[in-house]
Design a binder for this molecule. Structure first.
Ligand SMILES: *Cc1c(COP(=O)(O)O)cnc(C)c1O
Length: 454
């Protein structure tokens, strides 16, 4: 009998988050104040985030201890399993060995609760009563709804309008965990009302929903804001995934040549890859970490590295990142979690320094890959996750051509059981192969009136 599952015991749950900033050869550039264009200090974030998270956002410490209360909630589903994808390997007839780390076993079906639980805990510690946030496909909103309830905090979620209608059961899930959910743009905020005045049927975007959630938190002293990706502290919380994965690969007597994760703002990709990158930087291994994005929202493969806002209305600090421009509204593709115009600051710097790689797939190729995975391994992946599977299959096919037995680790960061509408559309032939043109990207970036890093 071959070992298919590689499991850890509860005692092997990681004790610390890993902060890759400590090991980066070039540290990330500072965020800028939108008015003065000068570097801003962390104190500017105080109206939105608890002190501990602000501290984590700027810390240079290599490791941050995970509080017992947070670990206690993690134990509901962590450590998560790793599997060897024997049947996918066989189907592809590849000499490559394929593993996947599965975060779909979490309470809401993705990696997002790893940071949601930590963020809710630190807010609770500092007496915060209410959090406002945005959600695209609904994964982040559900994760924070679960986490907020664990610590007795009220939650308001601004959900991108098109997803609100496409994914009604995500809304029901958030309501079931006790959260309020509003379609965005909404009439509750100035930024929402401005957009509705121009177009009452606006599909919405993550950038707009972030503006709404930030506006509500900035206006009300008792309300904080929480972000599900992009920021340093969020990426750091997700490293519990990669820390577990390193132990599991050791148990399997293997080491990946390639680690691949889908890329929206960077949290799941960073979570699985940063601990492996630590190995590259400190132990001289040569593990390729590949971020996989959609061709319809290709900030890493076709965007520019420059300062930009994190949201559409321009409330956030200016961040140095790969971006398509904060006014960029991607085609309404089904991988809602990947429809964000920018990439996290830390991942952006790593890509600029060529310590990680990026690639893109159109959504048809992604769904074909996801279905092959479902039919061999028995899990229907989230549409976002399908992009990483497509990259893994591309690499496994290369291994076949080159006769190489490389080891590939896929981050199976979420299941797709709330996303079956997208599979229904795929089966009905309704998905289109969409690729944004260079002209569209140029037009969006040319609207940016912000400094370009030298
Ligand atoms: C949110 C989400 C993503 C995209 O966000 P990242 O921060 O890049 O991870 C990808 N996959 C799933 C399943 C998600 O829920």
């Amino acid at each position: 009998m071959r070992n298919k599952k590689i499991l850890l015991t509860e005692k092997e749950i990681p004790s610390h988050y890993y902060n890759i900033v400590a090991d980066m050869p070039n540290k990330p550039l500072p965020p800028l104040d939108p008015q003065t264009r000068q570097p801003i200090g962390p104190e500017k974030l105080a109206p939105l985030f608890p002190q501990e998270l602000i501290k984590q956002e700027v810390t240079q410490e290599r490791f941050v201890e995970i509080p017992d209360e947070v670990k206690d909630v993690y134990l509901k589903w962590r450590p998560t399993p790793m599997y060897r994808a024997y049947d996918l390997e066989k189907k592809l007839d590849t000499p490559a060995k394929i593993y996947y780390k599965y975060e779909g076993v979490s309470p809401t079906g993705s990696h997002k609760p790893n940071t949601a639980v930590a963020q809710a805990y630190y807010n609770k510690q500092e007496g915060v009563k209410r959090i406002s946030t945005e959600t695209g496909a609904g994964q982040w909103g559900s994760a924070l709804a679960f986490a907020a309830k664990q610590f007795g905090i009220d939650l308001d979620v601004y959900m991108v309008n098109i997803s609100y209608h496409h994914k009604p059961y995500r809304k029901v899930m958030m309501n079931s965990f006790g959260a309020n959910v509003y379609p965005s743009p909404s009439n509750r905020t100035e930024s929402g009302r401005n957009i509705l005045a121009e177009n009452p049927d606006a599909a919405g975007s993550l950038g707009i929903a972030i503006s709404e959630a930030v506006e509500m938190a900035a206006k009300d002293e008792k309300t904080n804001y929480a972000l599900g990706s992009v920021l340093n502290h969020v990426l750091m919380h997700q490293t519990v995934i990669g820390e577990e994965a390193i132990k599991q690969m050791e148990k399997a007597g293997d080491l990946p040549d390639i680690v691949v994760g889908p890329f929206g703002g960077g949290s799941n990709f960073s979570g699985i890859s940063f601990p492996f990158l630590r190995k590259n930087i400190t132990e001289g291994t040569n593990i390729r970490c590949i971020a996989s994005e959609p061709t319809s929202c290709p900030k890493l493969t076709k965007g520019e590295f420059r300062y930009d806002f994190g949201d559409t209305a321009g409330y956030t600090p200016l961040l140095p990142m790969y971006t398509l421009g904060h006014n960029f509204i991607p085609a309404p593709l089904h991988a809602g979690g990947l429809r964000y115009h920018g990439a996290g600051v830390v991942v952006s710097q790593l890509l600029k320094d060529r310590l990680i790689e990026a690639t893109a797939h159109d959504q048809i190729e992604a769904f074909e890959a996801g279905l092959l995975f479902a039919q061999t391994e028995g899990i229907i992946p989230a549409p976002e996750t399908n992009h990483a599977i497509a990259t893994a299959i591309r690499e496994a096919e290369r291994c076949k051509r080159e006769g190489k037995s490389e080891t590939i680790l896929i981050h199976l960061c979420g299941h797709g059981y709330f996303d079956l509408k997208s599979y229904e559309d795929y089966h009905a032939g309704k998905l289109i192969r969409h690729e944004v043109t260079d002209e569209e990207i140029k037009a969006s970036l040319s609207q940016l009136d912000v400094p370009v890093p030298g």
